[in-house]
Write a protein that binds this ligand. Sequence first.
Ligand SMILES: [Cu+2]
Length: 437
Amino acid sequence: MAGVLLTVLAVLVAGTPGGGVEAAGGRGADTTGASGTRTVRVELRGMRVSPATVEVPSGTRLVLEVVNREAMGHDLRIENGPRTPVLGRGESARLEVGTVTADRTAWCTVAGHRAAGMSMRIAVLETGAGGAGGGEEHEEHAPAAGAAGPDLAAEFSPGWASRPAGLPPAGPGRVHRVTLRTVEKDIEVAPGVRQRMWTFGGTAPGPTLRGRVGDTFEITLVNDGSIGHSIDFHAGALAPDRPMRTIEPGESLVYRFTAGRAGAWLYHCGTAPMLQHIANGMYGAVIVDPPQLPEVDREYLLVASQLYLGAVGGEGRVARMRANTPDAWAFNGVAGQYAREPLTARAGERIRFWVVAAGPGGGVAFHVVGTVFDTVYQEGAHRLRPEDPGGAQVLGLSTAQGGFVEAVFPEAGRYPFVDHDMRRAEAGAHGAVEVRR
Ligand SMILES: [Cu+2]
């Protein structure tokens, strides 16, 4: 309540020429040209800078008292001007903007925060006039993105290898202890295209965890990155407050959950803007086997995701995430990788494909050309079993859903698999299964 009042006050003060929270100079009526000093309190909270606009007469010496009102770290940087350090909750800093003679912008430089809305405008009013400041826009626009996306016919770098898609069975233990370190790492996400990704454990998707109903997972999350991160496991029910909290670089936490129910589950970073953290690679899968899950000849896991190319934290890239216009789509993080290095099987084998849709802005319509699925397990329930007379063509998953399908490959050949949304398939969400005799 007090915060709201302060914000309102700040807006009121900002909109009143000559006013000031702690006005140190004159009242703005200086006739010699210097309008005096204006001090404005600025609050950082909820991906917003309040007030969003500060209007001052030209020639005003402006001082901003910047305070962060939430646990997430923020700063404020003035265009062509000073910046605060990253502020923790309740911390404040004083910014001497200097004498304002033209419109300027200010924003939080923490990755993704500006694109999420953390910017403000310092607008010049005509001296002595109360009219609307019609200053020029200094907003930066997203760079025009290449409409064609990456060249999927290009070569991967020498020594490149696809991410192994084979899914090993769950280990014998009932407690699974894993340490996940958040690290920033350059990864080749499409042929010849390297991107700095934010990862769990150095890969995107992160490591796959697997167990059975009733198993306990104990994850130690260590932040080796340069900004705050967190983790959210869909596979277990608990109060998010402590285990899903954001930890700063150098910190760690232990996240313990018991898998009460079977399924193909997503895990992901839960730090704002989540859209950016997930799109930059912070996602993975937890497989919890249904009871009496029959053995099959081979199991594969394919995590579907969008890819956004460009500088990490680049505002244009984040703008594209928000517009849901990915540059490419991928299975297991790399566009087109299993077209280059196909999955393998033998004729007559039963293959189980586990699929998780990581998004962050779309699902998947998983289809294997030349096969008919006789088993579909989606979001914790069997929809089709081999003894049923029906068949299935697609495992359709919304964002963050998971499941598996099974098929028997009738004869040798090369069987493409796709996201049957052809925009996605042609943008990298395709591969093949090479079936031998
Ligand atoms: Cu993160």
